[in-house]
Structure formats: structure tokens, C-alpha cells
Design a binder for this molecule. Structure first.
Ligand SMILES: [Zn+2]
Length: 408
């Protein structure tokens, strides 16, 4: 185990300590995006992988700056390093164990952590052994957290890489690995140009075996990708899904609405007025069926995934909206006002320099979130978890118990 302290995690400030204690449910978090910098450095030394920085603090900065650079090449380079050091069972086990401990520190009581087994075979590891290693690490992490008094459960979502051709194999791995805590299937990697329909067989396999699916959709591509995710993928949640706003139009009341929406950021924390906005069939399906959006605001600002809230009403289909660059420009509150089931997630704790607590702090600062708001998004996540009903009820009870008497 690493001796690294979690004291220097981004959320460790006095102001954040109350928010850190709120029980959280985390549905969208990548294992290879969540490594501790010190662990990356130690694992790299063990396997002889060259890193751009050796010292953990410098490495942490390098990851954050590369992810923030606006260059996709530099952003993707960060994952080359984390994936490169996770090529053995022991490295995966350690990463999974530390993930649970960091999640517990972050107030997380339930998480589904996702990763792509096919990316961890460079040293000859089998897919099955890779999944078993992560399962061992998660179980060890849960036990270690319990010894510290934290009740946290972490399940796995297996991702197939959408630009590769192994999705059916990974879907079969996922349905065969339920006893190891695998609860879902995802498609990750470049969304644009790699639609869910290219992975029809894998998605059919999941459906026929009743394995829940959540797909990255509406992050780097638009409504076509979301449409395929819900139709081909029978996706029960959407990874990001933020571009569903391209299927929301201002309608005949556009002018008045544009004023309402554009006045929203910085208008004293009032919620945007969604009245007059018209939902297309796809957006209505996602909203009305309660297909949860796994929103990751900090990550979206880095990748330019989210349309700027003030631009949405002034463009007919959101295509012309500039990407949100500041947290307060993220359309999280507009989506909520429109009635979408929103959840809040880190995506990549290391690259985005974030945590659940950090996102909560930012939501409080920029949108005035209080206890009731945090409870709402946490309940949304608990109810959208890929758990059986009885376990989900226990999770809801656990969250409610943690909120009783909590002040945010
Ligand atoms: Zn993601």
C-alpha cells in the first residue's frame, strides 16, 4: 500500500469538510482516470515506464495541465500513462483498492467504477484475470474502509473500446462476471464516428442477458449518438448525455426565453426558466422515462462537451452553442429545470483534479446548491444504480440516514 496521504486531494479544504461528509452515490468514474499521482509514479518505477514527471506533486500538476490544455492529443496522452502502469494483476488490484479508499474519503457510499479490460493485456494478462484482480482490490478496499468506519460498496462497469472490435467479447465477459461484482456494460473511447450501432451484437448480448447498459453518448457527438444509445443500446443511463440539449428548442417563445436563460448565470442563484422550451421526441423520451444523465461538469469544461447555457436558447438546435468554459456556464441547472434526471460525477478524478466533494463545492458556489439539492441529485443516482431493488432500497435508506440532520 502507498503511504500517500489524501490530505492534498483537491477537496481537502475547511469549507469542503461538511460537504465531504454528505453520503454520495457515484455512477460515472473511470478507474484509469482516478489513480493517485504517487501510485502512478511507484507503478511506473516498478515496470520501467517513463513518465513526464517523477515527483507526485509535479505529476499531479502535469496531469491537470495536460487535461486542461484544450489539446485532445495532450488529454489522451494522460491516459497512455495511467493505462501503461496498469498492466499486471497486482497493479490493477492496488488501483482498485485505493479507488475505494479515496471514494470513502470523498463521502461516497456507493460507486460504480468503470474501466476497459482490453486495455490491460499488454503483459499477457487474461481478461478474466484482470476482472478478478479489480474485484479483489475493490473487496480489499471495502474491508479496509469498513475498518475505518466507512460503509462503502463499489461495483464494476466493464467498458468496450468503441474504436476496437472486441465489444462482443467484452459484453460476454461482463455477463459472465456478475459474481465478481460487474453490474453493467459501457462503450468508451472516441464517440464521434463510432456509433453504438457498430456494436449491435454486444448490445444485443447484454439485453438478452439482462445486463444493464449505460453508454457514453452526447459528450463528443450529438443527438444521433444519444438516439442510438437508447434505441440500439437500450441504455438505461447516459454517460454525460449533455448534448441532449440539441433536441431542445426555444420554440415560438424563443426571444423571451433567450432572455430568461441568458440572464441565468450570475443572477443570484435562481434557476433558469425552462418555460417555453420545447423538447423533441428524443429529449422527451430521455426525460420522461427517467434515463439518468451522468453529468460530469468539470470534465465537460475540459473537453468542451457541454453547450454554454446562455447560447442554448439563441440557437435553434444548440449546434451553434459555444462550449461552456466556466463552471457557471454548464447547463446542469437548465437540464434540471427541464425535468431531466441529473446525477453528478467526477469522470476522471486525476485528470480533472476533482472528486464528488469538489463538484459539490462548485455546485454550491456557482448555483447555490444546498442540502435539498444535494439530496435530490444523490437520490437520483441511488435510484439509477445498477442494483437489485432490495439493495437499492438499502442504499436509499443509507443516504437518507446520512442526510438527517446534515447541513450543507
Ligand atoms: Zn467517462
Amino acid at each position: 500500500m502507498s503511504a500517500v496521504s489524501t490530505e492534498d486531494l483537491p477537496h481537502r479544504s475547511l469549507a469542503a469538510s461538511r460537504l465531504a461528509r454528505l453520503p454520495k452515490v457515484c455512477l460515472h468514474d473511470h478507474l484509469d482516470g482516478a489513480l493517485r499521482p504517487a501510485t502512478v509514479a511507484e507503478l511506473a518505477a516498478e515496470c520501467g515506464h517513463a513518465l513526464p514527471e517523477r515527483e507526485p506533486q509535479a505529476l499531479r500538476r502535469w496531469f491537470a495541465e495536460s487535461a486542461d490544455s484544450g489539446s485532445l492529443v495532450r488529454y489522451l496522452e494522460t491516459f497512455e500513462h495511467t493505462v501503461a502502469v496498469l498492466q499486471t494483476a497486482s497493479a490493477l488490484e492496488r488501483a482498485a483498492q485505493e479507488y475505494v479508499l479515496d471514494a470513502a474519503e470523498d463521502g461516497v457510499v456507493y460507486a460504480e467504477v468503470r474501466w476497459a479490460p482490453e486495455q490491460h493485456q499488454r503483459s499477457g494478462l487474461s481478461l478474466e484475470d484482470a476482472v478478478a484482480a479489480v474485484a479483489r482490490g475493490l473487496a480489499e478496499g471495502e474491508a479496509a474502509a469498513a475498518r475505518r468506519g466507512a460503509a462503502v460498496t463499489v461495483r464494476q462497469i466493464l467498458c468496450a473500446m468503441r474504436h476496437a472490435e472486441r465489444s462482443l467479447e467484452i459484453a460476454r465477459l461482463a455477463t459472465a462476471s456478475r459474481a465478481l461484482g460487474v453490474v453493467g456494460f459501457d462503450l468508451a473511447g472516441p464517440e464521434d464516428g463510432h456509433a453504438p450501432s457498430a456494436h449491435r451484437e454486444a448490445l444485443r448480448h447484454c439485453a438478452e442477458h439482462f445486463l444493464p447498459v449505460t453508454l457514453h453518448a452526447g459528450e463528443a457527438a450529438g443527438t444521433g449518438s444519444i438516439r442510438e444509445a437508447v434505441l440500439e443500446g437500450r441504455s438505461l443511463r447516459l454517460g454525460h448525455g449533455v448534448r441532449i440539449l440539441r433536441d431542445v428548442s426555444a420554440g415560438p417563445e424563443g426571444a423571451a426565453l433567450g432572455e430568461n436563460v441568458s440572464r441565468f448565470p450570475g443572477n443570484g442563484h435562481s434557476r433558469p426558466d425552462a418555460e417555453g422550451l420545447a423538447l423533441g421526441d428524443l429529449a422527451a423520451w430521455v426525460r420522461d422515462r427517467g434515463i439518468a444523465l451522468e453529468l460530469c461538469p468539470s470534465s465537460n469544461l475540459q473537453t468542451g462537451a457541454a453547450p454554454r447555457v446562455a447560447d442554448i436558447a439563441s440557437s435553434a438546435d444548440g449546434e451553434g452553442a459555444r462550449p461552456a468554459a466556466e463552471y457557471r456556464e454548464h447547463p446542469v441547472e437548465l437540464l434540471r429545470a427541464l425535468g431531466f434526471t441529473i446525477t453528478i460525477n467526477p469522470d476522471n478524478r486525476l485528470m480533472s483534479g476533482t472528486s464528488m466533494t469538489h463538484e459539490f463545492v462548485r455546485l454550491k458556489e456557482e448555483f447555490g446548491y444546498g442540502t435539498e439539492d444535494f439530496l435530490e441529485v444523490t437520490m437520483n443516482a441511488a435510484l439509477a444504480a445498477f442494483l437489485p431493488a432490495d439493495r437499492k432500497n438499502e442504499l436509499v435508506e443509507q443516504v437518507l440516514a446520512g442526510y438527517s440532520g446534515a447541513g450543507a
